[in-house]
Design a protein around this ligand. Sequence first.
Ligand code: KG4
Ligand code: ZN
Length: 342
Amino acid sequence: MRVLGIETSCDDTGVAVFDTERGLVAHRLGSQSRLHQPYGGVVPELAARDHIRATLPLVDQVLREAGGDGHPDGVAYTAGPGLPGALLAGASLGRSLAFGWRVPAIGVHHMEAHLLAVMLEESPPAFPFLALLVSGGHTLLVDVEGLGRYQILGESLDDAVGEAFDKTAKVLGLNYPGGPAIEHAAQTGNATRFPLPRPMTDRPGLDFSFSGLKTAVIVRLASAPSDAATVADMAAAFQDAAVDTLAIKCGRALEVCGRDTLVVAGGVGSNALLRRRLRELGDERGARVVYPRPAFCTDNGAMVAYTGWRRLREGDTGEPAGFNIRPRWSLGDLKPAGASGP
Ligand code: KG4
Ligand code: ZN
């Protein structure tokens, strides 16, 4: 079975093909970073229009690279959560292609796709495991028993950690997207010059709150000189505080759920300091810590093709006609394959 995957939930157009025998056979990404950069964040209408323009040529390219005879046996597209217009662009194209090819189309949950991206790596983890999902819209600690069996142990009560990276970068005058910009600026910074809080680590529980961290940066900046060293030091201090907070909660979550494997995924999962800090945590706790390669931590089509393939293989049939997107959709609402449609 061969499944075409289409990701258009935010500002990246990702397209890929996953094949039962050969695995991931082709994947391409069109980034909209430059389109949104002048605005310092994603402009939803521009994102949707660009997906409409970019997706079909990418599909064409990926299908040619994948080779083989005939058309795919299924089409997976991101049905949510995400920006409504952007989701509609991928959903309508995915459904149209599936309709023309007379194959099933399946709407995939974006965070489930992030969660399963690690399965595309060598020596993928076996269920069950603990997952830390860290993206621009979500910060989730999830106990993963199996496909579609997700128990949310903790989540952000306000800004997602990726959102905090983006907003803090803006405050520091750094480019969008903020995560990579902060990571880059932090390389020459001194993380100890501005001591920042580790939000919500002084009380029990696994929820997060990152908006106060951004406010702490704003307060500290007000009385600091505005020079390049301050930007680098503050970027380093913010990154250190965010990573530390995530690591403390991951340590706690490993204890609570008793799993011996931690999977880290989502855009912030590409951060080198986070990867290092969590590896150290794993070494201390005797837990295996695994990540997708950095390019599959951030949004991509490969994770959508894989998730659609896996769900179709395990008994989901896709929706027979019509389609639905779900801009707001909790991971905790998902069911195992075969138990329900999206
Ligand atoms: O998973 P993703 O590509 O898209 C969403 O589903 O949101 O995550 C994007 C988020 C953005 O907030 C971005 O700033 C952050 O991930 N990010 C990073 C890094 N690369 C991307 N944050 C910290 N360090 C990075 N290297
Ligand atoms: Zn994402």
